[in-house]
Design a binder for this molecule. Structure first.
Ligand code: NAI
Length: 295
């Protein structure tokens, strides 16, 4: 069945270019009214421009409805004002895609604390700011779809991206608690780990790969994850039309013969054995698994 966003109101942060723009255009094409947020800075987060306005113009030219917002996700008050403006015009907020991001790559040895703090602030605190700004509205509506943007760096690591990776895995962690808190209010929360040829990856993608890795090839997964029938608490990788699921798993582990580090060493292969590993749905399930071993 066709997935429609008719009568839905969506906010996409960092939608002045790259992936956010592709999400905003496709949401609007499928009927959503879209807030296009973007500070319009450089890749490292400095400066600002009217990037969001051009995407709004594109949506309107195609017959869709959109409004621009030039606020920074790092400023909670600006995000509250953005939500208020969207509600004043359209009455509700159904979808939030936390997509805004910056890069300040350096090996950890050379990374300044300020570059660590700034990258965490934009990705992690920025997503928390926007989510907090829509949370009460979504609870009151008994409906909400929130998508966080992680990265393979956050899930698996990447040389030179300690700040970025920490922020990105933090977003998967935020998803894992918010999906629990949102469940009874019809709020579903997921994480996407995209792979796309944008200005963020222009130094690492060969020219030839750019077309296959177009942001438009990530948008289908993102849109499914904010659709009415979306799953919740999923971490989904998407790039070049390939869609994957990533899991945080827990092995069955071992009950130590003796409570000593030597026992841990002796039983290490049993501890890390992946046979029978589970994907806990909450932190409490780890405690339950431990309890079951004691019985
Ligand atoms: P991009 O640089 O084209 O998009 C990021 C957008 O966020 C920019 O338009 C920028 O102006 C905006 N932005 C930055 N700081 C902001 C702030 N404080 N407030 C509002 N807007 C702000 O790069 P791309 O690739 O489209 O990235 C989108 C998201 O996807 C980012 O979160 C990025 O970390 C993530 N990602 C991208 C991957 C890729 O392969 N392109 C891989 C993994 C994650």
């Amino acid at each position: 069945m066709a997935i429609s966003f008719d009568n839905r109101v969506a906010i996409v942060t960092g939608a002045g270019g790259g992936l956010g723009r592709a999400y905003a255009l496709e949401l609007a094409r499928r009927g959503a009214r879209v807030v296009v947020n973007d500070l319009g800075g450089a890749r490292d987060g400095t400066g600002h421009s009217d990037a969001a306005l051009a995407v709004v113009a594109e949506i309107e030219a195609a017959g869709g409805e959109a409004m621009s917002n030039g606020g920074s996700v790092t400023d909670y008050d600006q995000m509250v004002a953005m939500v208020a403006a969207a509600k004043a015009r359209w009455g509700r907020i159904d979808i939030l895609i936390n997509n805004a991001g910056v890069l300040r790559d350096r090996s950890f040895a050379k990374m300044e604390p300020e570059d660590f703090r700034f990258v965490i602030d934009v990705h992690l605190n920025g997503s928390a700011n926007c989510t907090k700004a829509v949370w009460d509205t979504m609870r009151e509506q008994n409906y909400g779809r929130i998508l966080m943007t992680a990265s393979s760096t956050g899930l698996f690591g990447n040389f030179g991206q300690a700040n970025y990776g920490a922020a990105k895995l933090g977003l998967a962690g935020l998803t894992k608690t918010l999906h629990l808190e949102g469940a009874k209010y019809g709020i579903k929360v997921n994480t996407i780990a995209p792979v796309a040829g944008t200005r963020m990856t222009e130094d690492i993608f060969p020219e030839a790969a750019f077309a296959a890795f177009a942001p438009e090839n990530v948008a289908p997964a993102a849109l499914f994850l904010v659709s009415e029938d979306a799953p919740t608490n999923m971490i989904v990788g998407a790039g070049a039309g390939v869609v994957q699921a990533a899991y945080v798993t827990l092995t069955q582990g071992a009950r130590l013969v003796e409570a000593t580090p030597e026992s841990v060493a002796a039983q290490w292969s049993e501890i890390i054995d992946r046979k029978g590993e589970i994907v806990p749905n909450s932190g409490a399930e780890q405690t339950m698994l431990i309890m079951s071993k004691l019985q």
